[in-house]
Design a protein around this ligand. Structure first.
Ligand SMILES: Nc1nc2c(ncn2[C@@H]2O[C@H](COP(=O)(O)OP(=O)(O)OP(=O)(O)O)[C@@H](O)[C@H]2O)c(=O)[nH]1
Length: 332
């Protein structure tokens, strides 16, 4: 299940439960003739129902739907206004579902801020209007609920972030992996088309990688990959991105880089790697294939294929070399 779909379900479920709970409160107050509380609860039930409908309408961009903040701010301020204007002893308990809803639906910081905006004035009202022991019991219960829910949400966000990082990171080198390459390259191609800027890529392979592995062992070959990654990160500039592919291959996306630029940086990478003394394995060289986006390159596979063919050509022409393969000229 995707993150968006998961959030749509949990948001809709959260709003649904809150709506049923508040609707039952409304009915109870109507039954006992507390009309002010009935109107308040009915209004809040309508807002939570609107939240559930909004969740379904925005199901495709649930993670960035701005309406939740407005709906929840309305619910929180309605309850706060009622607390300040009505003398209804049990009304402070209504804050419980709202605090959970704030934290479940909004990003953690927003949810916490909104909950504090509700709970702090509510605590003052309770301390001024009730016996201290009773007020302190209710206040500590509400803050405990907020703390537990916040910790749980923080833990979930942290786990989700770690899982996402693992999914896009190569476990050996720590650079991004091939899966993330296609995603990023497609975005960069779209950006280059929209802005008219140049986009270049480099496919790079360690020469005689199999021999290095046979000679020094798999562990040393992996150490070399890690060191090479560190070295490449040191050579490229901010905004360039590096990916580890299989078979001792790397890929670089270089936004805003024209043909002359990619030739310069590819040559610099080749030279610095060849001049470096690598721990245990000693001298190592690489073959680099580079290309710049042409007018026909609207998808990742054409660019990747051309860069790969250029790299094969560089290998054929002898190790430790760079080959540039041009795309179709972009006419403006
Ligand atoms: N994407 C990318 N391009 C580079 C890098 N280094 C050099 N280039 C390209 O090569 C061109 C010439 O680079 P240099 O020889 O370093 O000259 P420079 O004027 O100091 O380059 P910048 O100030 O980085 O533009 C740059 O304008 C870039 O297009 C790099 O690390 N990343």
């Amino acid at each position: 299940m995707t993150e968006t779909r998961l959030r749509t379900w949990t948001h809709a479920f959260g709003y649904g439960l809150a709506c049923v709970f508040i609707f039952m409160l409304a009915m109870q107050n109507l039954r006992y003739g507390f009309y002010e509380l009935f109107y308040l609860a009915a209004g809040m039930a309508v807002l939570t129902f609107a939240g559930a409908v909004y969740t379904v309408i925005c199901r495709r961009h649930q993670l960035s739907a701005p309406g939740h903040l407005i709906i929840l701010a309305g619910l929180n301020s309605g309850l706060l206004a009622a607390l300040l204007s009505m003398d209804a002893p049990g009304i402070s308990h209504w804050a419980m579902p709202l605090v959970v809803l704030n934290l479940l639906i909004l990003p953690l910081r927003q949810g916490l801020a909104l909950s504090l905006l509700l709970l702090v004035p509510m605590s003052v009202v309770l301390l001024l209007g009730r016996a201290s022991a009773e007020a302190l019991t209710i206040i500590s219960g509400l803050f405990l609920l907020m703390a537990v829910a916040s910790l749980y949400i923080w833990h979930y966000d942290h786990m989700a972030q770690s899982a996402e990082d693992l999914a896009i990171t190569d476990p050996v080198t720590g650079a991004h992996n091939a899966r993330f390459l296609d995603e990023t390259l497609q975005k960069e191609i779209s950006r280059a088309i929209a802005t008219g800027h140049c986009l270049s890529v480099i496919n790079l392979r360690i020469d005689y990688a199999d021999d290095i592995s046979d000679l020094h062992g798999r562990d040393q070959a992996q150490v070399l990959l890690r060191n090479m990654t560190e070295h490449l990160f040191g050579v490229i500039r901010a905004g360039d991105t590096l990916y580890t592919l299989k078979d001792a291959e790397f890929f670089l996306i270089l936004p805003f880089t024209p043909e002359e630029g990619v030739r310069v940086i590819a040559e610099r990478i080749r030279r610095t790697i060849a001049e470096h003394q690598w721990p245990v394995v000693g001298r190592v060289t690489v073959s680099l294939g580079c290309t710049t986006r042409g007018s026909g390159d609207t998808r990742t596979d054409t660019l990747r294929k051309r860069a790969h063919q250029a790299m094969e050509e560089a290998s054929r022409r002898g190790a430790n070399s760079v080959w540039f393969s041009p795309g179709e000229t972009i006419t403006t």
